[in-house]
Write a protein that binds this ligand. Structure first.
Ligand SMILES: *Cc1c(COP(=O)(O)O)cnc(C)c1O
Length: 536
């Protein structure tokens, strides 16, 4: 039942013949393109199964022996996979950076798969290569605003790259630091460069004991992966406490000077434009000065916040980003492109040559093959989605989207502040904020005490965890949680709800419902009931 006869004739049909209109897969396809939101609300989270229940339907460990009819398999996917997926499209799913997408990406995704271009080389991508280079140029101009002749010289130059497109912010950060590392230990008359001779030889040649990067505690974990991968070691990701949520330029400079005085080399200062946890932006201009003084690379991780540059109202928050040697951006975050769309941009179009690679059958010397300077090999034409979005929204469209997200976060912050039983923990700079439940009497008590009541904070931490889990499991809405040191609680980190207001379709009513649900869930817990009995 459901299995097909194994024959080449049948397999050729699988390659070439579309499904008949009344097959299950064709129905799914139709429903998706008719009304995505309706498809998702009908098929996603139809069951509230625990992960261990779900794992039982993925317990088979041998490769299926015989072919299964496509339609039969499609039914299986709906039942086992889609039904137990997460509805990131939902306006009440405000816990992460993954949200609803504009509808045009669905047919474009089909076009992308249909064309199946490989951007590693011109021979398998042709027009996609100039398109990707142009799109990177547009993003470069957004950040660096160079004159027209700069872009005329470099946009399609075989010997330069304005950036590298990749699957996401992680690869973008790794690429940026890879370039920085190779630039920090270039070839001399006695040394062929770190890319050729390796890290140990490079450190010996340049007389460095260690090489490390400096960022705030809010630095993304991909930076730590990068220093590991580049051979520097995870301990060489030096993070600085930031109860104000922003990296202090003074502290960064002091740490950098001390590190270098001990015979080490600071590879890069990393400023964050939109931290993953709270959405804060480091003082980029001041950090550019620090990097200059230390004589090191300056990288800005703007994976989340980079899109703020589209907004004339808010772009000054990122002042100084144009002084960065490299900038990471994720189009699959606030540019509403499907996942798999990250990029790193280089101020200096020569920088990518620090990692250039040649091979005999592709990436030949003088070719315009993008694979010569990207970390990844085979890559799809995701750049088309970014290119299309830039045209379909335009700068003005993105500006509106960015402005409304920030405005909504400010409204939500006011809703939290005006509710007696909530405490706003970090206010929004961009569209992220953190808060927690805290009964009015406890808030009054904590404010009147001279020292921080750690026991009370521990109870509140437990409460946040319980409510966050219950809300997630109820499946109607979702906020995430994290632990933070803040100005009010600088010593001991506290647990907070974390909200990302990325989905343009989220309304104030959705936000009110989320707070109401949290109050209701808290009311049923012992911790809440006990806390409410505390004298204020
Ligand atoms: C999301 C994010 C990353 C990682 O990007 P991926 O696309 O998940 O690899 C890095 N840095 C920051 C600040 C981010 O927000």
């Amino acid at each position: 039942m459901g299995t097909a006869e194994v024959s080449l004739e049948y397999l050729f049909k699988v390659f070439t013949l579309p499904e008949s209109k009344d097959s299950k897969l064709a129905q799914i396809e139709q429903h998706l393109s008719d009304n995505l939101a309706d498809f998702l609300s009908q098929h996603v989270v139809t069951k509230v199964n625990s992960l261990s229940q779900i794992e039982k339907s993925f317990a088979e460990y041998s490769v299926p022996e015989s072919p299964e009819f496509v339609s039969k398999h499609a039914e299986d996917l709906l039942d086992k996979l889609v039904a137990n997926s997460v509805n990131t499209y939902s306006p009440s799913f405000i816990g992460h950076m993954t949200s609803a997408l504009p509808y045009f990406h669905l047919p474009l995704a089909k076009l992308l798969v249909g064309l199946n271009q490989n951007l590693v080389k011109i021979e398998t991508s042709k027009a996609f290569t100039p398109l990707e280079r142009q799109m990177l140029g547009m993003m470069h101009e957004l950040v660096y605003k160079q004159p027209a002749d700069f872009y005329q010289s470099y946009l399609h130059s075989a010997n330069h790259a304005l950036g590298a497109f990749c699957s996401g912010g992680t690869i973008a950060n790794i690429t940026a630091l890879w370039v920085a590392r190779n630039k920090a230990m270039p070839a001399t008359t006695q040394f062929r460069g770190v890319a050729q001779e390796g890290l140990a030889a490079g450190m010996l040649h340049y007389g460095y004991k260690k090489m490390g990067i400096i960022s705030s505690k809010r630095g993304h974990y991909s930076l730590s992966k990068a220093v590991d991968l580049l051979g520097l070691g995870r301990q060489q990701m030096m993070t600085i406490d930031c109860p104000s949520q922003r990296l202090s330029a003074e502290k960064a400079l002091a740490l950098g000077k001390q590190f270098q005085a001990e015979g080490n080399k600071v590879l890069s200062i990393v400023g964050i434009a939109g931290t993953t946890e709270t959405g804060h932006i480091d003082p980029l201009d001041e950090l550019a000065d620090v990097a200059e003084e230390l004589g090191c690379h300056f990288h800005v991780d703007a994976a989340w916040g980079g899109a703020t540059l589209f907004s004339k109202e808010h772009n000054r928050l990122l002042k100084g980003i144009e002084r960065a040697d490299s900038v990471t951006m994720d189009a699959h975050k606030q540019m509403y492109v499907p996942m798999g769309a990250g990029m790193v941009l280089f101020k200096n179009p020569n920088d990518s040559n620090a990692v250039r690679h040649h091979a005999q059958y592709i990436l030949r010397e003088g070719s315009k093959d993008l694979g010569a300077t990207t970390l990844e090999g085979s890559r799809n034409g995701m750049a088309m989605m970014v290119y299309a979005s830039l045209h379909i929204f335009g700068r003005q469209g993105y500006e509106l989207l960015i402005n409304q997200s920030i405005e909504k976060a400010k409204i939500f912050a006011r809703m939290i502040q005006s509710h007696p039983d909530f405490e706003l923990v970090t206010s929004p700079t961009l569209s992220l904020l953190t808060y927690r439940l805290n009964p009015q009497n406890v808030q009054t008590k904590m404010k009147s005490q001279a020292t921080i009541d750690e026991a009370l904070n521990k109870k509140l931490d437990d409460l946040t965890v319980i409510v966050q889990k219950q809300q997630r499991e109820a499946g109607k809405s979702f906020v995430s949680r994290t632990r933070l040191q803040t100005k009010t609680y600088p010593e001991q980190a506290i647990t907070v709800f974390r909200v990302v207001l990325a989905n343009p379709l989220t309304t104030e009513t959705d936000l009110q419902n989320i707070l109401d649900e949290q109050i209701a869930l808290a009311g049923n817990t012992h911790i809440w009931q006990k806390l409410c009995q505390q004298p204020s």
